[in-house]
Design a protein. Structure first.
Length: 341
C-alpha cells in the first residue's frame, strides 16, 4: 500500500511539474513549407493584438501595476471572449509579469508572443530621453542588447510563452519624424543609410537572445516589406519575419516576395481595418468583417501544404480594443474620437 501511494504521489507531482514547464518551440522546415511547433505539435497562430487601457487612461497606464484582484478580473473578463473566438495567442508588450503569461495559458489555453519595442518610441540614455533612436550608436546598441537578453532570461522558463517579437515597424521610425516625413526611401536618403545599422542590431539581438534561450524563436516586426533587401542581407539569424501590413482585402504578393527574397517564414503581426468608416461617418462592421475574412483566408492559404507559398505561420488581428487615447494621447481620453488620424 505504501509503495502504491508513493508511486501515485510521484506521478501526480510529475504531471504538475510537466504542466508548469515552458514548452520547446521551434520553426520546422519541410518540403511543404514552414510550420511552428511547440513540443513537437504544430501551432498555427490565430492571433490577436491585445492590450488593456480603460477609458480615461493613456499610455501611462499599466494593468500590471494594479492589484492582483484587478488584474485577475480584467483577464477573466477578456480572455474567455478571445478563447471563444478561436484566438490561441496574443501579442503583448514587455511589462507583463511572467506569472500572468502563465495564468493566461494555463487557465485559457492562450499563448503569448512577447514584444520588445526595441527603441521604436525612443529610449533613455544616461538619464536623458532620446525621442529618435540612432541604432548606429554604441550606447544604444549596448542598452538594447542588455534589455533583450534580460527579457529572454526572465521569460525563458515561462509556460505560455510562444515566441519573442522585436520592434514594431521600426523601419517607419527611420523617416517618420514628427511633422516632417519623407517619401519612400531610396539609396541616397538618410533613412535608407540608417536602416543598415538598425537591422544589423536586430540580428545581433536575435543571436544574443538565443545564447540565453534557445527554446523560443525570435521574430522581428517590420512595416510592410520596406527594406526587405536590407533584411535579407543583414538578418540571417532571425527566425521569423513579422510584418505589420494594411493593404485592404488582399496582401497581394507579400508571401511570395518573402519566400523568394528572404526565404524565412512569415507572421502578420498586425493587419485589419477599423470598424468606423470615416467616409460614411458611421460604424461599418460589415465592411470590417468582410475585409478580415478575406485577410484570414489568404493567411491560411499560404500555410504549409496548401499549395501556395507555404511560409505563413499565422497572423494577429489589430486589434481587440479601441485605443481611445491615441488621437490626443493626453487629452480627450474619455471621448470616442471618430476622426481619422
Amino acid at each position: 500500500m505504501q509503495k502504491t501511494f508513493t508511486l501515485l504521489t510521484c506521478l501526480i507531482l510529475a504531471g504538475i511539474f510537466a504542466f508548469g514547464q515552458a514548452e520547446k518551440v521551434s520553426v520546422v522546415k519541410s518540403e511543404a513549407g514552414f510550420r511552428l511547433e511547440a513540443n513537437g505539435k504544430p501551432v498555427f497562430m490565430n492571433g490577436m493584438n491585445w492590450d488593456y487601457f480603460p477609458i480615461g487612461t493613456n499610455f501611462n497606464y499599466s494593468l500590471w501595476t494594479q492589484s492582483e484582484d484587478v488584474i485577475k478580473a480584467a483577464l477573466d473578463n477578456e480572455m474567455p471572449m478571445l478563447k471563444n473566438m478561436g484566438v490561441n495567442v496574443i501579442r503583448q508588450y514587455t511589462g507583463v509579469p511572467p506569472k500572468w503569461v502563465q495564468y493566461i495559458y494555463e487557465r485559457y489555453g492562450i499563448y503569448t508572443m512577447l514584444n520588445h519595442s526595441f527603441g521604436r518610441y525612443g529610449l533613455t540614455l544616461s538619464g536623458k530621453w532620446e525621442a529618435n533612436t540612432d541604432y548606429s550608436r554604441d550606447d544604444v546598441r549596448a542598452l538594447l542588447l542588455k534589455e533583450v537578453k534580460a527579457m529572454a532570461e526572465s521569460y525563458r522558463n515561462t509556460p505560455g510563452l510562444l515566441l519573442f517579437l522585436l520592434g514594431n515597424e521600426n523601419n517607419y521610425g527611420l523617416f517618420w519624424r514628427g511633422a516632417e516625413t519623407e517619401d519612400i526611401p531610396v539609396k541616397d536618403r538618410k533613412s535608407t543609410q540608417a536602416a543598415y545599422p538598425m537591422y544589423r542590431l536586430f540580428n545581433e539581438a536575435a543571436v544574443a537572445m538565443k545564447s540565453v534561450d534557445a527554446g523560443h524563436p525570435i521574430a522581428i516586426c517590420n512595416g510592410d516589406l520596406l527594406f526587405l533587401n536590407v533584411i535579407n542581407e543583414t538578418c540571417k539569424d532571425v527566425d521569423i519575419l513579422g510584418i505589420n501590413v494594411y493593404r485592404g482585402p488582399s496582401f497581394g504578393d507579400l508571401f511570395e516576395r518573402v519566400k523568394n527574397e528572404y526565404g524565412k517564414p512569415v507572421l502578420l503581426s498586425e493587419f485589419g481595418a477599423d470598424a468606423y468608416n470615416a467616409r460614411a461617418n458611421q460604424e461599418d462592421q460589415d465592411f470590417q468583417a468582410r475585409l478580415l475574412l478575406s485577410n484570414w483566408k489568404e493567411i491560411y492559404a499560404h500555410a504549409p501544404g496548401r499549395g501556395k507559398a507555404g511560409n505563413s505561420l499565422g497572423g494577429f488581428t489589430f486589434q481587440f480594443s479601441d485605443g481611445w487615447w491615441k488621437t490626443g494621447q493626453t487629452s480627450g481620453l474619455e471621448e470616442h474620437d471618430v476622426a481619422a488620424s
